[in-house]
Ligand binder design. Structure first.
Ligand code: GRF
Length: 203
């Protein structure tokens, strides 16, 4: 399966996906990385691995619609089977998502539906949570609210700061995302009338 990954920053999740895809028997390959920031550190890391990269600076486009149209035009030439948002910090329009619905997934650093949006780790700490985690979900029009494919829980330890918790969650993201991508690439999970349908899990 052909995968395109969207990033806005360092791209550690993109690298985890690329590394997983490099294993022979992995049913997917990252064919390109797209960023809305030419300065995204992940672009250089992707290029080092021989992955095609494309940057679409928002300020180079007169409107959101034109920005997305330029991205979509490149996406068409890449013919992705799956699009993975990975630290992509820009909301996609309903029209954009409709074009990819069921084939576009995202990783969010909280146990959705808890803590959609930003500053998830500080919010979890402030709420006195003992468990935090991350979620891979199908992308739908609303932010961080599509059907859930996979989740992983991470303990919150006494004295945790947003940074220490973020680091602990990020390590788990790097395991969860490749696992979720494998399920998608093998057709073991799909989106069906607004729900994530998974084949019998485990045994
Ligand atoms: C991190 O906060 C991660 O939890 C979230 O996006 C941010 C950047 O991730 N998914 P990355 O290192 O760019 O993949």
């Amino acid at each position: 399966k052909r995968v395109v990954v969207f990033i806005s920053g360092g791209g550690s999740n993109m690298l985890a996906l690329a590394a997983a895809c490099e294993a022979q028997d992995f049913p997917a390959e990252v064919v390109a990385v797209i960023s809305d920031k030419a300065s995204a550190g992940g672009l250089a890391k992707a290029a080092e691995r021989g992955i095609a990269t494309f940057a679409f600076e928002r300020r180079d486009y007169a409107s959101k619609a034109e920005h997305e149209a330029a991205i979509l035009a490149t996406l068409e030439t890449l013919s992705p089977d799956i699009v993975c948002l990975a630290g992509y910090m820009r909301l996609l329009s309903g029209e954009f998502i409709q074009r990819l619905e069921g084939r576009i997934i995202n990783i969010h650093p909280s146990l959705l539906p808890l803590f959609p949006g930003l500053h998830t780790h500080q919010r979890a700490i402030d709420a006195g949570m003992r468990i935090a985690g991350c979620t891979v979900h199908f992308v739908t029009e609303g932010m961080d609210e599509g059907p859930i494919l996979a989740q992983a829980a991470v303990p919150v330890v006494t004295g945790d700061t947003a940074d220490s918790l973020a680091a602990r969650v990020l390590t788990v993201e790097h395991k969860l995302y490749p696992l979720a991508l494998k399920l998608m690439a093998e057709g073991k999970v799909r989106m069906e009338d607004g729900h994530a349908v998974r084949e019998q899990q485990g045994t």
